[in-house]
Ligand binder design. Structure first.
Ligand SMILES: Cc1cc2nc3c(=O)[nH]c(=O)nc-3n(C[C@H](O)[C@H](O)[C@H](O)COP(=O)(O)OP(=O)(O)OC[C@H]3O[C@@H](n4cnc5c(N)ncnc54)[C@H](O)[C@@H]3O)c2cc1C
Length: 359
């Protein structure tokens, strides 16, 4: 079977690798850059967690975690734990749902939070949750690993090969156009990240991805050993990065290419010092800025409703941690098999349910 994968980010490379592992022999991956991982993936903080607010995301984490464990050395996977602080809602329903699905996350009252993490200021926090098996890994190493294995399995990687449009005949996607040349494929997997929006438009399909800019700041001088800490609903987080730390927030909607850098730095630093007063004297080391890949309900879109086309995009800040499950699920769809997880909640045409917006 001839399959084209568009996009050499973590999602496209996982799809190409898992297709080849599933016995599909004629696979080409098109990447418009000179190398892999140059889209949103290069800004990824590498967080890997099972603590989500919706069961579909917990299932994707459970389906992916075995890959992180078995590749731990190759991809620098460390279980440093994730602490999630709730400033607006109660953590208990989320923890119960996770426990029911076999994830042993813990509910922390404010008193317990203060005991376990005395460096945190709990002002305004209602409760929290912690799971010591959540952690971090290196996205570039995972791409490299899958790339090598996929090449061994016979996958062709075409670089500097920008797909201009999808080709459709009689209502079925039958190929892609690259440099004016049309290649024919039985299945096209669209995994071009944010640029999937433009490519899908070439056959009249709308993909809802918000234009949201994210800043991540690397800071030095915080001499505290801490897990990855996130706060709901602000989206503030801090991630250990060797001796340093990465700090960020949920991002800002952008109308044009307006950048909000100074305000972002001040807001993110202020949020950090509010939660960790000892962060008052940290120094900025590096700033990273990227568009994020968020859908309105912050869930990925994995959809095969259009004949000949599988869309896998809009991973909403979870694309790295869910890439192993996504690759296997897309491989099952290509082979016409039932995927390991019911993905109807991720359909392109789903209704927006505000209560099911993922965190
Ligand atoms: C600041 C930040 C922090 C994050 N932290 C985490 C985290 O801790 N954990 C986590 O799991 N996720 C995280 N994410 C999200 C994660 O990085 C993304 O979900 C993931 O990288 C998306 O991968 P992708 O392959 O879908 O997209 P991309 O990485 O954007 O890949 C798409 C690829 O398609 C190529 N392409 C585009 N158009 C074309 C075309 N026409 N022809 C050929 N090729 C094309 C691009 O060049 C690109 O290489 C974070 C994101 C950001 C912005």
């Amino acid at each position: 079977m001839k399959v084209a994968v568009i996009g050499g980010g973590i999602v496209g490379v996982s799809i190409a690798y898992h297709l080849s592992q599933a016995g599909i022999s004629d696979i080409v991956l098109f990447e418009r850059e000179k190398m892999l991982g140059m889209g949103v993936t290069q800004y990824c903080s590498g967080g890997v967690r099972s603590q989500f607010t919706t069961s579909i995301n917990v299932q994707f984490s459970k389906e992916s975690i075995g890959d992180f464990r078995s590749l731990a050395q190759t991809i620098g996977y460390q279980q440093c734990g994730y602490l999630i602080l709730d400033a607006g809602s109660d953590s208990l329903p989320r923890v119960k749902m996770q426990n029911d699905l076999g994830v042993a996350s813990e509910y922390l009252s404010v008193d317990k939070l203060k005991q376990r993490f005395p460096f945190i200021s709990a002002e305004g926090i209602k409760s929290a949750s912690f799971f010591g098996e959540d952690g971090i890994a290196d996205p570039a190493s995972l791409i490299e690993h899958w790339h090598k294995q996929a090449v061994k399995n016979g996958v062709k990687f075409e670089f500097e090969a920008s797909v201009e449009k999808l080709v459709e005949e009689s209502g079925r996607v039958s190929g892609v156009s690259v440099g004016g040349n049309v290649g024919r494929y039985e299945v096209v997997a669209l995994a071009a990240g944010i640029q999937s929006v433009e490519l899908a438009k070439t056959i009249g399909i709308d993909i809802p991805i918000l234009k949201r800019r994210k800043y991540v700041f690397m800071v030095e001088g915080l001499k505290i050993k801490h897990p990855l800490i996130m706060e709901i609903p602000t989206g503030w987080y801090i991630k250990p990065e060797g001796e340093d730390a990465l700090i960020g927030m949920s991002g800002w909607e952008e109308k044009q290419d307006y950048e909000k850098k100074d305000e972002s730095l001040q807001e993110t630093l202020a949020a950090t010092v509010k939660r960790i007063p000892q962060a008052e004297n940290v120094h900025l080391k590096k700033t990273l800025s990227s568009m994020s890949d968020e859908t309105p309900d912050k869930h990925a879109i994995i959809d095969n409703s259009h004949p000949g086309l599988i869309i896998a995009t809009g991973f909403s800040g979870h694309g790295f941690m869910h890439s192993p499950a996504t690759g296997r699920i897309v491989a099952s769809l290509v082979k016409g098999e039932k995927p390991a997880i019911d993905i109807s909640a991720l359909a392109l045409k789903r209704k927006l349910n505000k209560e099911l917006v993922a965190i």
